[in-house]
Design a binder for this molecule. Structure first.
Ligand SMILES: Cc1cc2nc3c(=O)[nH]c(=O)nc-3n(C[C@H](O)[C@H](O)[C@H](O)COP(=O)(O)O)c2cc1C
Length: 411
């Protein structure tokens, strides 16, 4: 499997190439499930457009020979200011993809976030990526006690941070899944089965390996009777409480979780401040990769206002649309301490498992170092708002240097 992956990797020079290779390997239903957004894909497209609009002003004649993208987040060193976003989809695109992706993240010295609804258990990821930085993403169930049990499992397994996602109050409208006959849990329609049959490398290499070894994959972190195989009914989805989640739930989770608490899915300064008041150590400025509210503002556009409002009180992270190393530099210049990437490493995992994910992380880091050199930045601390051309900046930032950023200290 890896040999095939390696051959495919060598021809992919950037994220667009990796995405295209993933598109060819995956059944259409699965590719569109990971690649597309919601409704008309407006938020998805705008996440990229918003990055493109930002223009940078290089500093010249700076000795950048010893440049480094290394940083420290929540007191733990990492090789670059990026973390793998929770998606729960890596196990769909590659056999045991979640474990492969977690191993790639640990080797690349960046945090990996395991999603509640993933096909790998909290404990198996902790074992596979021992020594790496692990975050656990939580969707809160209707029966809170079950969610709290999950939080305790993550704590026992040594996860470093809890990421509470707050931007999915209802199931988003994604018509393409219905058109493709694709659903989670899997309830293969005639169209979906034909789609799979047309992609034999995925059918044999991913689904075939599951069926030959562990059987149809399961949502391994669903408690008790909800730990069902991905072909089984709806209860796992229905039991997901999200439309009555409030700030009280964040306070309660703060009380229960002793380590870093991150609230993910905010686009307004007052919500970020509220999260901090409830005890969050960090917020993720995010529109869920454009997968929920299709007219949501791009996170990179919302970032400066939120970073200014939060100031030193908490760490500000962002995600949505990061496809080049230069995008990471833009996010840092506009107030983020690091970015999360969702689809990029899913595309990578889809074409080469661990090696594919590692390849994507290498590409992003190399691109980031190139842009840092072109901008006259030796280190992350040199990346500040002055690099952004004022006419193209999405909002005002008052901080003069990323060195004033709290993420560079522990939280
Ligand atoms: C296939 C897929 C599944 C996702 N599942 C989750 C999830 O279970 N929980 C969550 O908080 N975010 C989820 N997200 C959103 C990501 O965590 C992240 O916010 C988003 O992918 C960032 O945008 P990007 O893909 O452009 O990097 C998912 C994203 C994708 C692409």
């Amino acid at each position: 499997m890896i040999a095939v992956g390696d051959r495919r990797l060598s021809g992919t020079l950037n994220l667009a190439d990796v995405r295209e290779a993933a598109r060819r390997r995956l059944p259409r239903g699965i590719f569109e499930f990971i690649d597309r957004g919601a409704e008309d894909d407006d938020a998805l497209a705008n996440n990229r457009e918003a990055f493109r609009r930002i223009r940078l002003r290089p500093r010249v004649l700076v000795d950048v020979s010893g440049r480094s993208a290394a940083t420290t987040l929540f007191g733990r060193p990492q090789a670059m200011p990026l973390a793998i976003a929770p998606t729960g989809a890596a196990g769909l695109v590659w056999f045991e993809g979640e474990l492969e992706l977690a191993r790639a993240a640990a080797a690349a010295e960046v945090p990996f976030t395991l999603a509640t609804r993933s096909l790998a258990s909290i404990e198996s990821v902790a074992e596979a990526a021992a020594g790496g930085t692990l975050w656990f993403q939580l969707y809160v169930w209707a029966e809170c006690a079950l969610s709290y049990a999950l939080v305790e499992r993550a704590e026992r397994a040594g996860f470093h941070a809890l990421v509470v996602t707050v931007d999915v109050p209802v199931t988003p409208n994604r018509e393409y899944n219905r058109r493709n006959g694709f659903s989670l849990p899997f309830m293969p329609s005639g169209r979906a089965l034909l789609d799979m049959a047309r992609h034999p490398r995925w059918l044999v290499g991913t689904m075939g390996r599951y069926l030959a070894t562990t059987g149809m994959p399961r949502y391994e972190n669903q408690p008790g009777q909800r730990r069902q195989r991905i072909t089984q009914g709806e209860p796992a989805v229905r039991s997901m409480r999200s439309d009555d989640l409030t700030w009280d739930d964040i306070r309660e989770l703060r009380r229960r979780w002793p380590r870093t608490l991150i609230v993910k899915g905010l686009l307004r300064a007052e919500d970020a401040l509220r999260a901090v008041e409830c005890g969050a150590d960090a917020v993720v400025v995010s529109n869920h990769g454009g997968r929920c509210l299709d007219s949501a503002v791009a996170p990179i556009d919302a970032l400066p206002e939120i970073a200014d409002a939060v100031g030193h009180r908490a760490v500000v992270l962002m995600d949505g649309g990061v496809r080049r190393g230069g995008d990471i530099v833009k996010a840092l210049a506009l107030g983020a301490s690091a970015v999360l990437a969702g689809r990029p490493t899913l595309y990578g995992t889809a074409i080469g498992g661990r090696a594919g994910a590692a390849h994507v992380l290498d590409l992003l880091r190399a691109e980031m170092l190139t842009v840092m050199a072109q901008l006259g930045c030796r280190s992350i601390a040199d990346i500040g708002p002055d690099l952004v051309h004022p006419g193209t900046a999405p909002g005002r930032r008052t901080m003069t240097s990323a060195a004033a950023n709290p993420a560079l200290a522990s939280a």
